[in-house]
Design a protein around this ligand. Structure first.
Ligand code: ZN
Length: 1040
């Protein structure tokens, strides 16, 4: 409603008499502008006329934006980069590397250890080509003896996610491209190709080598390990059903791989590349308006720049799925093993050129819901009986339309007010919740932020306390407020602590703040009620006075021991007493060793790495924190933890409460104010300002035939269906897995509705609704065509990070590899056109899935290397659990941007190259970022004038202090351009990234190199090429 800052605009124009509150904020403009289609009765998600599809999303003038959109600072920032975290040792001394899992009889092992097969495969690889990558001339000639070519087949992307309906095999061979057989013959290796579920089609990049294999296949190569062409007929699922256990121990093991003759130089261009896929999608769909009016439509990649127009399905910014076509039966799902999941970011930031969510008020009766399944009114409800009743799109129950909600239907059976009501025609909107949705049937109070500062010796000494206090003085003006509100309704409070806690009375009437100490930390209580949580505006003078005094008050402290759990307990008690929800900001530096509940002891035993007990390193140490998390969630108390450790602090335990309350964890190892101060402040500012909802509970409802079974995120589950979050902000994503409980129908599709009940920053109870409709298929080819690799990898990353708490990491990695092979083998078996088994055929929509999967296997959390700090691994695990699709994408495939060739006059960021050492050059300068870290890498022989322009020193040799170099702002084109690139990257990321400058061959370079994810992992893990060969082998085994 307008007073909330959501002034609805077109097309919700005409206020309808007796329509509850829907009428008020809905502007004026023409009723039927661009919401159409939806709600057309028989689930006919018909496409709009093309003209309409292209119409730019209107951003009605005068439309206020949600509070968050203006908050992205153009800061250059960073997060958690810390030199000590990854021991800068043994770079060169790690020639081994194929360390997944264990047993020597592993197929991977044998591949890795025995030079011949490796050699053979790599030869094959090197002789492959991919038409779309523009390498017509392959290197096969160098390997005349190579046998068993292993071409890649991936299919041309189905047009915009709208798969042709003809079943596999029925499509005519692709359009007139000349058979490449001659060239194949002469080159001894077939071109790599992208084959589709229904056979190869158009060449990926317009190359002329494409030609359908059809049943002719490639000529069998002599010595091909698998005889007999792969036929078209499918065996049943049982063939695919190799038990997980059959996977041979993953690839661990042996240092052996490099023992054989030196590997031939491979041409990396012949295996599918992420940068190319990203570029292609940007070229094809970038800058376009993505209209959500089509069921099962696959959205552009998260990396693509597009505008969303909601026409009945939630924007992919809010919900993304692993596939947009669910299999009709559980059997099919089991057969392909493609996870069915949605990644939901309920408060995702909506760009300024897109319409913010409308708020609907159904009056005192509350939002209209299905009587049986309680789904909220949405475009999937079908009105019948002249508009007097409606059939629920989720459970099919027929409900009476409440009298005040009645509306006549038009000749198409659609309600006449279809376009005036967001809940009938849009994928996402909000309802005002009634008292029934509030605790104790009372409207909630506005939330509170409590700042809790560890004032022990380390934090005083480092200057951190002073830095925080200075910042808080100005930060309060940035507290989030409702659109149009003068000031924030959020109250603030202050606590300092070491072994004991100090509370402050900052009531506006006081001349001086008052301190109250609580030393009995075992039974935490709140020593004052009145004056602890205050309005910042009113108490500004007293608060500033307090913040000025705090650093001096503890300037001479010798206290180095701290408590931790009692601090959180105190925060919860404060919110309880004030009867409000809120957030605690904890600034903490050491492991809590003082005698108190939740006291921790150092248990960092790296000897456990690689054993069955490794998982215990990531499980919280004490039950105290579990109970605390529960208390927090019950009170709607979110905990954000800013950690400044100088050594092991047991993040697995300390992060337990934040990670169950929708909170964030930030880590600044070996914090130094002058080096890391800005980095931390950027994070703190953004965290304080960001769009957030409190005391949230989320429920995902589905149509009949399937249901949500598992949830991965920084959430708390009290039962199997309700996802509780003390708070949820614009960065937090919950990944939901679905399972069949019955058969789905192609006609009805699969619908889902995510309903999130929460308290706004001004204390209003609201329901945020996101609806999404997917297709259903009885042909697996449809499913594979509609897969979304970035979402798949998000699912795998989060489910693996969850699983590693309960299973040995080795098992977790095995499952990942096994499932990868399985998914691809099933595609090969059921969807690809018949061809030689020796060919690796990947579904087009998943052609870069293996590179992401391999990167995930090498991620610090999962890699199982004793060289990595346990805290760093635990930290990454917790981060990943809350990540959305954008964040896991960039984390697992960092951007490597060449700067030495950048066009200083261009506005854009230079096109990234593949994350591999091969792409570096001595004369180059590269920027690498993964959402958590940012590196500027300087080649040994990079041009002195570039160094001069960027650093204002004559040569590389003048840049000396390793790891501490900073990037000056200089008045020349190169410097300006670099700063503008860094700033624009930073704005795209959820957390601030600290910039680390590394010189080629410096010790610190190892920190940078571990992010080159196509290469062999520094702490274990295969190169992309090796992984692909391994997966291919597995697939072949599954197929025979
Ligand atoms: Zn229902």
């Amino acid at each position: 409603m307008s007073q909330q800052g959501y002034v609805a605009t077109p097309p919700y124009s005409q206020a309808q008499a007796g329509m509850g509150g829907c009428s008020t904020g809905f502007g004026n403009p023409p009723p039927h502008s661009h919401y159409g289609v939806y709600g057309s009765p028989p689930q006919a998600y018909s496409a709009l006329p093309t003209g309409m599809l292209k119409s730019p999303a209107s951003s009605p003038s005068g439309m206020p934006f949600p509070p968050v959109s203006s908050h992205y600072g153009a800061n250059i920032h960073q997060n958690g980069a810390h030199a000590h975290g990854f021991p800068p040792t043994h770079v060169a001394s790690a020639p081994s590397m194929s360390p997944y899992g264990q047993p020597p009889q592993s197929a991977y092992n044998s591949m890795a250890q025995a030079p011949p097969p490796t050699q053979q495969l790599t030869n094959q690889m090197s002789s492959m080509n991919i038409a779309g990558y523009g390498q017509r001339h392959m290197q096969a000639s160098q390997h005349p003896s190579s046998s068993a070519p292993l071409p890649f087949l991936t299919s041309p992307p189905p047009a915009m996610g709208h798969p042709p309906l003809s079943p596999p095999g029925q499509q005519p061979p692709s359009l007139g491209s000349p058979p490449p057989l001659a060239s194949v013959g002469s080159m001894q290796a077939p071109p790599m190709r992208m084959s589709g579920p229904s056979g190869p089609g158009t060449p990926l990049g317009g190359g002329g080598l494409q030609q359908p294999l059809g049943s002719q296949g490639y000529p069998q190569q002599p010595g091909s390990p698998i005889a007999g062409p792969y036929g078209g007929q499918m065996a049943g699922p049982q063939m695919m059903g190799q038990p997980t256990g059959a996977f041979p121990g993953g690839f661990h093991g042996g240092p052996a791989q490099m023992a054989g003759p030196p590997q031939k130089k491979l041409d990396p261009d012949c295996i599918p590349g992420t940068t190319q896929v990203i570029e292609d999608d940007q070229a094809k769909r970038g800058g376009q308006v993505y209209v959500t009016n089509i069921r099962g439509q696959v959205p552009p990649l998260v990396t693509t720049d597009f505008t969303v127009q909601d026409q009945g399905n939630a924007s992919p910014r809010f919900m993304r799925c692993t596939t947009y076509s669910f299999p009709c039966t559980a059997d099919l799902a089991k057969q392909c093993k493609v996870p069915l999941a949605a990644i939901i970011k309920p408060f995702a930031t909506v760009p300024k050129n897109e319409t913010p969510l409308y708020v609907v008020n159904h009056g005192e009766a509350g939002p209209i819901r299905c009587n049986r399944c309680k789904a909220y009114m949405c475009p999937y409800m079908q009105f019948i009986d002249g508009g007097r009743r409606y059939q629920c799109g989720f459970c099919s129950c027929v409900n009476e339309v409440p009298v005040q909600y009645f509306q006549h239907l038009d000749h198409m059976g659609r309600r006449m007010d279809l376009y005036e009501r967001p809940e009938l025609s849009l994928g996402s909107y909000e309802f005002i919740a009634t008292l029934d949705y509030c605790k104790n049937n009372k409207p909630p109070n506005p939330p509170a932020y409590v700042f809790m500062i560890d004032v022990s010796y380390n934090n005083i000494k480092s200057g951190l306390v002073k830095l925080i206090c200075e910042e808080l003085k100005i930060l309060h003006d940035r507290l989030p407020k409702e659109e149009g509100a003068e000031s924030s309704a959020i109250k603030v409070g202050f606590v300092t602590y070491n072994k004991i806690l100090h509370f402050y009375n900052v009531k506006s009437a006081l001349a001086q703040p008052q301190m109250m100490m609580v030393s009995d930390v075992a039974e935490m209580f709140l020593p004052l009620l009145d004056g602890f949580l205050v309005n910042f505006q009113e108490s500004r003078a007293v608060i500033n006075n307090l913040l000025d005094q705090i650093p001096d008050m503890f300037a001479d402290t010798n206290e180095s021991e701290t408590v931790f759990a009692p601090v959180i307990q105190a925060g919860v008690e404060a919110l309880k007493a004030a009867e409000c929800s809120g957030k605690l900001f904890l600034f903490h530096s050491s492991m809590p060793t003082a005698e108190a509940p939740g006291k921790l002891k150092n248990r960092d035993d790296r000897k456990l790495v690689g054993t069955e007990k490794e998982k215990t390193l990531f499980q919280p140490q004490s039950g105290v924190y579990e109970q605390l998390a529960k208390d927090c969630v019950a009170q709607g108390c979110c905990v954000d933890l800013f950690l400044f450790p100088n050594q092991y602090v047991d993040i697995a335990t300390m992060g337990d409460v934040p990670s169950h309350t929708g909170g964030s964890i930030y880590k600044y190892s070996n914090f130094q104010v002058d080096v890391d101060g800005q980095h931390f402040l950027n994070d703190l500012r953004r965290d304080v300002e960001k769009f957030i909802g409190f005391d949230a509970i989320m429920r995902v409802r589905t149509g009949t035939g399937f249901r949500a079974t598992d949830f991965f995120g920084a959430v708390y589950m009290n039962n199997t269906t309700d996802v509780e979050m003390a708070a949820v902000d614009c960065d937090e994503a919950v990944t939901v897995e679905f399972k069949h409980d019955d058969t789905l129908s192609e006609e009805a599709g699969a619908v889902m509705q995510c309903a999130l009940l929460y308290t706004t920053i001004s204390g209003q109870r609201r329901l945020r609704i996101h609806n999404l409709s997917l297709n259903c298929c009885s042909q697996l080819s449809e499913l594979y065509k509609s897969c979304e690799t970035d979402s798949l990898i998000n699912f795998f990353a989060k489910s693996a990070c969850q699983a590693m708490l309960n299973q040995p990491l080795k098992t977790v990695r095995e499952i990942l590899v096994n499932q990868t092979a399985h998914m691809l083998a099933c595609y090969r078996k059921n969807c690809a056109s018949p061809s030689a088994v020796s060919q690796l055929i990947l579904p087009d929509a998943m052609k870069v899935f293996p590179v992401y999967m391999n990167s995930l296997l090498k991620a610090p959390a999962l890699v199982g290397s004793a060289e990595l700090s346990t805290d760093d691994r635990a930290f990454q695990r917790l981060m990943v659990m809350a990540m959305g699709v954008e964040e896991t994408q960039i984390l697992l495939y960092p951007r490597l941007i060449p700067l030495h060739t950048m066009d200083v006059d261009s506005d854009s960021i230079p096109a990234p190259v593949r994350s591999s050492e091969e792409r570096l050059s001595e004369t180059g300068v590269f920027l690498l970022e993964n959402g958590l870290f940012m590196f500027l890498w300087l080649g040994q022989a990079c041009p002195p004038d570039l160094i001069q322009n960027l650093f204002n020193v004559p040569s590389l040799g003048h840049l000396t202090t390793e790891g501490q170099m900073s990037l000056p702002v200089l008045d020349n084109a190169h410097s300006r351009k670099l700063h503008s690139i860094i700033s624009s990257i930073s704005q795209q990321r959820a957390k601030s990234m600290k910039l680390l400058i590394v010189k080629q061959k410096d010790r610190a370079e190892i920190l940078f190199r571990q992010h080159l994810v196509e290469d062999k992992g520094l702490h274990g893990g295969a190169s992309y090429m090796d992984f692909l060969c391994y997966v291919h082998r597995e697939i072949r085994q599954l197929l025979t």
